[in-house]
Ligand binder design. Structure first.
Ligand code: UTP
Length: 503
């Protein structure tokens, strides 16, 4: 721990002496807590980072134009367009890797979820499914099931370690939630939580913002903080010890995430990729998603705001968008690639600037909740390592099956609890009907299968929910549901599945 004098000197060198302006007013405990907080800052890099943040916020964002190309088809696989036999082979390969314990999953869960607006980690959110399950529980159960499927296929007991990156905001409540829920039946030693770094928010002239008299405004360093956090917390060492060579990285908010998807993993492994991205077809040119492309021949995500309109609107002969590979934040990395990133490239990762309203104390020490943006938060993004890949591949999946993120509260029209809930229920209705079941409403009238794909608020899908413990991705349902008439709301959990099991 640094002394007050040392901290003062470093702050002065960084041009941040104002941080201690209320020091004389602080009590003993506040002083030691503040010193502890300040000691965690990277003081040497502070001046450079603050200046870079202010500079980046002031400079106009330039749209990228020339030399952007879609990823060439030979590096793309697709659930819809690839040959069915290939898909089967990739799936088999994925299962081989899973049963050989070479696959881990990594959840990015350090975000503050400000748009959703709840005070607890997003993974603890219940979108209102009939079962009341949270996002964390759904993900845990999918891990269970895929392990079980791999065991059945290859006759060996396997584990998929679940690495969970949290932040100062999410670590303690996430840990408690998992403990209170008995780790959803997973072995606690295979659920590894760790914390990413926090960095200060700064004003437009590059001054660290004080959130309280003895507290700076800190925010997690973006989901690209992953690469530093892997090193800080010895996660790569842990992976090596466990023999995990492939990592499936995903965001907490996608209710449809296919955990450790064997098809995607098998595709990446078969292609010898060190880095891969799952994508969905962009819905329309103005959809605000990043697009996976090549810039000067190098793979990267071009953000929606960086792509010029004419380019976003370009269409091919069949009417499809040329730049249509929408990034959904599901990635494949080899451990050796991550090791390389940690050793050689972490320092080169781009810093993105987000202009935000950051609560602060004014010069008189009064708390202010700004009504317009007053601060800059710097973030790194998880996909910014793509340019360092030596063999980068893309895998296109169906949006309705694999992507429905929870970003906003129900006041928003999209990416809300309602849209997330409806996407999952619609998928489960599709699974049930294609397994041969008929869904009935409370009056005993059959619900036409097409009704289940309607996601509009006024026509929610039928309340048919299938536990991941029963089916991971629609498999194994025919023997349970064929010719069954299911009155909704209907939950197919393990108990119910045992009752339905043909004797
Ligand atoms: P988002 O960019 O959607 O941010 O994160 P968010 O925190 O969930 O929500 P807003 O923007 O505050 O409303 C995408 C994913 O990256 C993770 C999130 O937890 C989510 O899974 N993330 C984000 C981190 O792990 N760390 C961060 O610093 C930021």
């Amino acid at each position: 721990m640094f002394s007050l004098e040392e901290v003062k000197d470093s702050l002065e060198i960084a041009g941040q002496s104002h941080v201690l302006q209320f020091w004389p007013e602080l009590g003993e405990e506040e002083r030691s807590a503040f010193l502890r907080e300040l000691a965690q800052l990277d003081m040497e890099g502070l001046r450079g980072r603050c200046e870079a943040a202010a500079g980046a916020a002031a400079s106009e964002s330039r749209g990228l134009s020339g030399n952007i190309d879609p990823v060439p088809p030979e590096f793309i696989g697709s659930v819809k367009k690839s040959d069915k036999n290939n898909i089967l082979q990739w799936e088999n390969e994925g299962f081989v890797q899973i049963s050989n314990k070479r696959v881990g999953v990594l959840l990015l869960a350090g975000g503050q979820g400000t748009r959703l607006g709840v005070q607890y980690p997003k993974g603890m959110y219940d979108v209102g499914l009939p079962s009341g399950k949270t996002l964390y529980q759904i993900q845990a159960e999918r891990i269970h099931k895929i392990q079980e499927l791999a065991d059945i296929k290859h006759g060996s007991k396997c584990t998929i370690p679940w690495y969970i990156m949290t932040s100062e905001f999410t670590l303690a409540p996430t840990e408690k939630f998992f403990e209170d829920n008995n780790y959803f039946g997973l072995e606690p030693s295979n659920v590894i939580m760790f914390e990413q770094r926090m960095i200060p928010a700064v004003t437009f002239d590059g001054k660290v913002i004080l959130q309280g008299k003895g507290k700076i405004a800190l925010a997690p360093d973006g989901n690209g903080g992953l690469y530093q956090a892997l090193v800080d917390n010895n996660i790569l060492v842990d992976m090596k010890k466990r023999g995990v060579e492939y990592l499936y990285v995903y965001c907490v908010d996608n209710i449809l995430v296919k955990m450790a998807d064997p098809v995607f993993i098998g595709f990446c492994v078969t292609k010898g990729a060190d880095c891969g991205a799952k994508v969905v077809e962009k819905m329309h040119p103005a959809e605000a998603v990043g697009v996976v492309c090549r810039v000067q021949g190098i793979p990267q995500v071009v953000e929606y705001s960086e792509m010029q309109q004419e380019m976003a609107e370009l269409r091919g002969p069949g009417g499809e968008l040329i730049y249509n590979a929408g990034n959904i934040c599901i990635h494949f990395f080899t451990r050796t690639f991550l090791q390389d990133v940690a050793e050689k490239f972490e320092g080169q990762l781009k810093q993105h600037v987000a202009i935000k309203k950051v609560p602060f104390v004014d010069a008189r020490g009064s708390q202010v909740k700004p009504t317009k943006p007053n601060g800059i938060k710097m973030e790194k993004f998880v996909f910014d390592v793509f340019p360092f890949s030596r063999n980068f591949v893309v895998f296109e999946v169906e949006r309705e099956d694999e992507f429905s993120p929870l970003k906003n509260s129900d006041e928003a029209a999209i990416d809300s609890p309602t849209s997330a809930r409806n996407s999952l229920l619609a998928q489960h209705c599709r699974w049930a009907t294609s397994a041969g079941a008929t869904l009935l409403d409370v009056h005993g009238n059959s619900i036409p299968p097409t009704a289940s794909s309607v996601l509009a608020r006024d026509h929610p899908p039928a309340q048919c929910e299938i536990s991941p413990l029963v089916s991971y991705f629609g498999e194994g349902l025919e023997k349970l549901l064929k010719r069954q008439k299911l009155t909704t709301p209907f939950i197919l959990d393990k108990k119910k599945a045992e009752d339905l099991q043909p004797q």
